[in-house]
Design a protein around this ligand. Sequence first.
Ligand code: ADP
Length: 402
Amino acid sequence: MGTTPTDPQPANVPDAEKALRESEERYRRLVDVCPDAIFVNRENKIVFINNAGLKLFGATKPEQMLGTSPFDFTHPDYHALVRERLRRQLQLGEPVPLVEQKIYRLDGTLLTVEVAAAPVMYQGVMSVQAVLRDITERKRAEEQVRLLNMELEQRVRERTAELEAAIRDMEAFSYSVSHDLRAPLRAIAGFAQIIARRHRASLNEEGQRYVDNIVQAGERMNQLIDDLLAYSRLGRKAVGHHPVPLGAVLAQVAGDLSARAAEAGATMTLPENPPTVRGDMTLLRQIFTNLLVNALTYCRQGVPPRVAVTCERVAGPPGGTECPARHVVIRVADNGIGIAPEHHKTIFRMFQRLHSEDAFPGTGIGLAVVKKAVDLLGGRIGVESAVGTGSTFCVELPLGDE
Ligand code: ADP
C-alpha cells in the first residue's frame, strides 16, 4: 500500500520539525532586521511588533505597543479606510494594495506612512500582518518641490507680464518716435530735393555730391521709418482670424509687384488651387509682399530670378502642439543667392542683414515683420536654403473653413 504525500514518514518527523524550526528562525531574523515596521493585529490588538516598529512609534519596549489597538495611533481621518481594509482582509482574505495614511507616534507627532497588509493566521486566529514605511520626509520634500514649482510658475508669469509690458512700451516708443521723425525728415528731404533740382547749377561739384548724399540718406531714412512703423503697427491693431482666400492675396501681391518682376526679368508662378486660410488680409498681404520682394531682390548676377509659390495642405502631426492642427504650408522658393545655414534663424530678427547697403539696399526689418505677422496668425515660419542655389521660405498657416 502506498502513502499519500500528506502522510509523514515516521523517520522524517524530526527532519520536518527541524525544517520548520529553521524556517521560523529565518523569518524571525528577517523580521528582526527588516528596516520597515511590521506588526500583527489580532482581534484589533497588536500582538507582535518588530524592532523597526518600536522605533517608528518611538517606543523603547514592546510592552508599550502590545495590546494597543491600531485605531489608537491611526489619525481619525483614516479610521474608516482602516476599518474597510480590515474587513476586506479578514472577511474576504484579500491582501490590499499599498496605501498612504497618517499615524501618531507615542509622543504625539504625526507621521505619513505607506502601509501594506495581508491576512495571516496567528496562533490559530485570523489576523492581519501590516508593514509600515515612514515616508514623512519624502512627502515633505515632494510638497516642498510642489510649492517651489508653484512659486516658480508664478514668478515666470510675473516676469512674462513684465516683459510683455516692456515690449509694449518699447513698441509704443518706437512707434511714436518713428511717427514724430517723419515730419522733420520730410522737410529735410524735401528741401534737399529742391536744392538738388533748382540750385544744382549754382553748386560746385563737391556741393552737388553733398546734396545728392543728403537726398539719398533721406530716402533711406524714410524707408527705415516706413518699415519701423509697419512693424510696430502690427501689434497695435486687433488681428482678424477669419477665412481669407489665399489665391486672392497672392494674385494681388503678385500684381503689385509685376512691374518690379518685369524689370528684373523674373518669372513668378503661383499655386494652382490655393486654399482658404484663417487669418487677416492685411497681415497676409504684408507677409507675401515682403517674401516676394526679397525673392526678387536677392538674386544672382546674370541669373534671371525664378520665383515659385506652392501650397500643401497638411493634417497636423499627432499630438503636435506648436503648429495648427490642420494647416497649409506655403513655400516661396527662389533661385537667388541663398543663405548660409548659420543665418537661417537670425535673419528673422530685427535689423539682421547679411549684405552691405551697396550690394543690396534694405533695412533688415522685412523678415522681422513677416515673423511677427505669422506669429500673430498662430503660424510658423522657417527657411531652407543653400548659398548659391536659392532659398525656400516655408510659412505654416491654419486652414480656413473650406
Ligand atoms: P532687408 O531685405 O531689408 O535687408 P529682411 O529682413 O527682409 O531685410 O531680410 C534680412 C536679410 O535676410 C537680408 O538682408 C538678406 O541678407 C537675407 N534674405 C532675405 N530674404 C532672402 C532671400 N530670398 N535670399 C537670400 N537672402 C535673403
